[in-house]
Design a protein. Structure first.
Length: 826
């Protein structure tokens, strides 16, 4: 049954190549062909399926069976995977992964690993898996991520017959699109002299309606037709996995060598003999379990692996290391038994088969089975080279592998680099994970001098509210040039109003305002946000005037509304204000702007979704405080492992836009940090610290006003394009304000972001941020909005409500943690 299977001489190029764009596979001579039976599942009529397969095998026709496995925790039904495998090498099992084309490389790797694991669970033991089948999608992702699980082929099932096209990538993955749809009533196979690859698909559900004799008769006719095409030299029929064993695809199996024992003895000499043949070997003499940490490479060369002890997952599904954390970003690699499933596991650890060579080889003994296509680590112990003859036999076996046409000897880091396809999101995940594994930051303690400085900062920020609040409306302008207060921006959004409310609450807690003036100030604000009815909806207005009584537009902003609701939720801690606040919120028709759990804004009477925004999660949690359930794009954790949930969150965040301190850290102060936002805060914090370590520039990104159009900008970490990229966004997305030149001109440390980090992540970096802002951004009244990165100067005399209100809010949290609040937390 090994006909047609031969290992052809391939290129010996290095394994860790940069992935190229897919190229159309070319071949000469007969077209390669495969017959695929797809749609096999628990409901498939097993008797008919096996009757079909037996007929094909009787005529020496090889078949690939695409199986859709039931989900974990569900009944596998009459799945007879072992019986399929028992039919011999003439039947290859592929697994159906319908959504594979939509997945990123990371989730392709995870899907392939889970598919292999589920296959083993149902079959009762490990089974070979080299091919996956998926549905066609628009703009499919390159399928390179599946390679880590040993999958080489991805078949895109055709909805209708179309010419077969193949693409291949340098890491050894091929994708086949198109193919010819057959049914048990189809006329047969037409010749196609121009074809280089032909795939024939037969749906398992099409077997119904034919009696056994008719089905076997049709199968025999089909097999005879394919045989005739072979005899005529037009086709060469094989399992899908064998199609790659052609000159077209540059097939390779990666093999790495590990030498377990002292490097100065016989194993060291063996390493030298291997090096003379251009074969790298990793020496380890630590006595630990065979785990590795593969540091992120700084340049084109792979970094040396760090030997680790046991690598595992804790009860929460998080990566654990037996020894000290390496301290650098990287990938954990856990070698397993020879039949262990390869791939990226639940904790984002790369698992690879490891074969121990712990005895001398017999003469002409092969190191690996001749039919094996699996990537593997060969772990050679001193016992395998106890004599010179044994060492020579081992060298001969290694040389035979090197000349078999498919084996590429690589180092362990090179193997990982070839199997794991990384992108900027994956890099950011692994950098954040490395920081998590490192030692925790020391607990911050505050000196009396620090507490006094923060109190002085709070008084300065509160001076903005005291100085510029309109005595009639009780509202504070959005921005002010303190040298020309008559030119203040006398329009505010509900976001601004939320900052004013929170600033007043913070001032009350710090002791900057007495109870009676505080309640008077709050009641004035509440009177101005009663809202306006439009289209049978009473809602707080999108924009109101600070110098006119109850004047504003009829729009509503869902994000700003969320900010307002969060601030009003904070007011409920005051018994004298709680009834008024509850009555105000109850009067609004908030349920009418939440459709299918998504918050909508009202723009000129039209409903506009806020879902694809960084404010959606914060606003959703604020709406939830008032009994309205909301879905958000950050909700990626449920039903996933921590690593998968975090990667999904990073991918979702990358699709939204730059990530800044607000509203991310506001959630911590006002609503308590959700796991999703806590993770993103770690991501942003780590990226800012990286930038500081790399350049010496302090970074604290967030929203900030500027003294030119477009007046307000949003600075943040842009995930998905580079491992660490800072970007700028503006309302409306005008491209002229999103250029690199505009970013470089306005990149700045946000004053309020500096204090938010001091409240949320106190420590040396936050202390440096606050000192930077104190030294440059303190004004006679309040704080300047930001400190420019290029000039190191603040926008002198230009300040705003959000900056000062949020600084007050952050300082209240800092003083609370220091035990120095005038009004204790309730």
């Amino acid at each position: 049954m090994m006909r047609r299977r031969s290992f052809l001489q391939l290129s010996a190029a290095a394994a860790a190549e940069t992935l190229a764009r897919p190229t159309l596979a070319r071949t000469a001579g007969p077209a390669t062909a495969a017959l695929v039976i797809d749609g096999i599942g628990p409901a498939t009529d097993a008797a008919r399926l096996f009757a079909l397969l037996e007929t094909f095998l009787e005529t020496d026709l090889w078949v690939t069976c695409a199986v859709r496995l039931p989900a974990p925790g569900t009944d596998a039904g009459p799945m007879q995977l072992r019986q399929l495998a028992a039919l011999g090498p003439g039947v290859e099992i592929a697994l159906d992964q319908p959504d594979l084309g939509r997945l990123s490389p990371y989730f392709q790797a995870r899907a392939a690993f889970d598919a292999r694991r589920r296959l083993a669970e149902i079959a009762g033991g490990p089974m070979e898996l080299r091919s996956l089948v998926c549905d066609p999608v628009d703009a499919p992702r390159d399928p390179t991520g599946v390679r880590s699980a040993g999958v080489r082929n991805v078949l895109v099932r055709p909805e209708a017959s179309a010419p077969t096209r193949s693409e291949s990538w340098q890491n050894g993955v091929a994708r086949f699109r198109g193919g010819e749809r057959l049914t048990p009533r189809s006329a047969g196979i037409a010749s196609d002299p121009a074809a280089t690859t032909r795939l024939f698909y037969l749906g398992a559900d099409s077997l119904a309606g034919l009696d056994d004799a008719a089905l076997r008769g049709w199968a025999r006719t089909l097999a005879e037709r394919l045989r005739a095409e072979e005899l005529a030299g037009r086709l060469s029929v094989m399992p899908v996995s064998d199609i790659q064993l052609r000159d077209d695809f540059d097939f390779a199996r990666y093999v790495a060598i590990e030498l377990d024992g002292p490097g100065e003895g016989p194993l060291g000499a063996l390493a030298n003999r291997l090096a003379e043949r251009g074969i790298a070997a990793t020496l380890r003499d630590d006595g630990l379990a065979p785990g590795y940490w593969l540091p992120e490479a700084e340049g084109p060369d792979a970094a040396q692996p760090v030997a680790l002890g046991e690598i595992g997952c804790d009860a929460e599904g998080r990566l654990t290391l037996a020894g000290a954390a390496p301290g650098t970003p990287g990938l954990a690699l856990r070698p397993g038994s020879a039949d262990a499933g390869a791939g990226l596991d639940d904790c984002a650890v790369l698992t690879l088969p490891r074969i121990a060579i712990d005895r001398p080889l017999t003469r002409d003994e092969a190191l690996l089975p001749p039919t094996s296509q699996s990537d593997v680590i060969l772990a050679i112990g001193a016992e395998a080279i106890a004599t010179r003859r044994a060492e020579d036999a081992l060298i001969a076996a290694i040389a035979a592998l090197a000349e078999d046409g498919i084996t590429r000897f690589v180092s362990i880091p090179e193997m990982a680099a070839a199997l794991i396809v990384t992108d900027p999101v994956d890099q950011r995940f692994r950098r954040t994970e490395a920081a998590r594994l490192a030692a925790a930051d020391p607990v911050k303690t505050y000196t009396p001098e620090e507490i006094a400085a923060y109190r002085d900062d709070a008084a300065r920020a509160f001076a903005y509210i005291e100085t510029f609040t309109d005595p009639t409306t009780g509202l504070c302008p959005a921005t002010v040039d303190i040298t020309a207060p008559d030119e203040a921006l006398t329009y505010v959004t509900m976001w601004d109003v939320g900052s004013q409310i929170n600033g007043l609450v913070a001032a009350r807690r710090i002791g900057l305002i007495a109870p009676d003036p505080f309640e008077t100030a709050i009641r004035k604000v509440l009177a101005q946000i009663a809202g306006r009815r439009s289209q049978d909806r009473l809602l707080p207005q999108g924009v109101i005037r600070t110098d006119r009584d109850r004047w504003g537009d009829s729009d509503f902003d869902g994000c700003d509304g969320g900010r307002l609701l969060a601030s009003l939720d904070g007011l409920r801690r005051y018994d004298t204000l709680a009834p008024e606040v509850a009555a105000l919120v109850d009067s609004w028709d908030l349920d009418k702007v939440v459709v299918d759990k998504v918050i909508y804004s009202v723009k000129e009477t039209a409903l506009v979704s806020t879902y694809q925004s960084h404010c959606a999660h914060y606003a959703g949690r604020a709406f939830g405080r008032w009994g309205i359930e909301v879905a958000t794009p950050y909700q990626t954790m449920d039903g996933r492992t921590p690593a998968d949930g975090e990667m999904a969150l990073l991918e979702a965040t990358a699709g939204i836009g730059p990530l800044g301190a607000e509203p991310l850290l506001l959630e911590a102060l006002e609503l308590g940090m959700s796991p999703e936002s806590a993770y993103l805060a770690d991501v942003l914090y780590r990226a800012q610290v990286e930038e500081f370590e790399a350049t010496g520039d302090l970074i604290a990104v967030g929203e900030t006003p500027i003294k030119e159009r477009p007046w307000f900008i949003y600075l943040g970490l842009q995930l998905g394009r580079e491992a660490r990229e800072w970007a700028i966004d503006v309302v409306g997305g005008d491209p002229q304000y999103q250029s690199k030149a505009f970013l470089d001109k306005h990149m700045a440390v946000s004053s309020k972001a500096a204090y938010l980090w001091a409240a949320y992540r106190p420590g040396a970096y936050a202390d440096a941020l606050v000192a930077h802002v104190r030294d440059r951004a303190r004004l006679d009244v309040g704080f300047a909005s930001n400190v420019n990165r290029a000039t190191g100067e603040a926008a002198r005399n230009y300040t705003d409500l959000n900056t000062n209100g949020i600084i007050l809010e952050a300082i209240a949290k800092i003083l609370e943690d220091a035990g120095a609040l005038s009004e204790p937390a309730e």
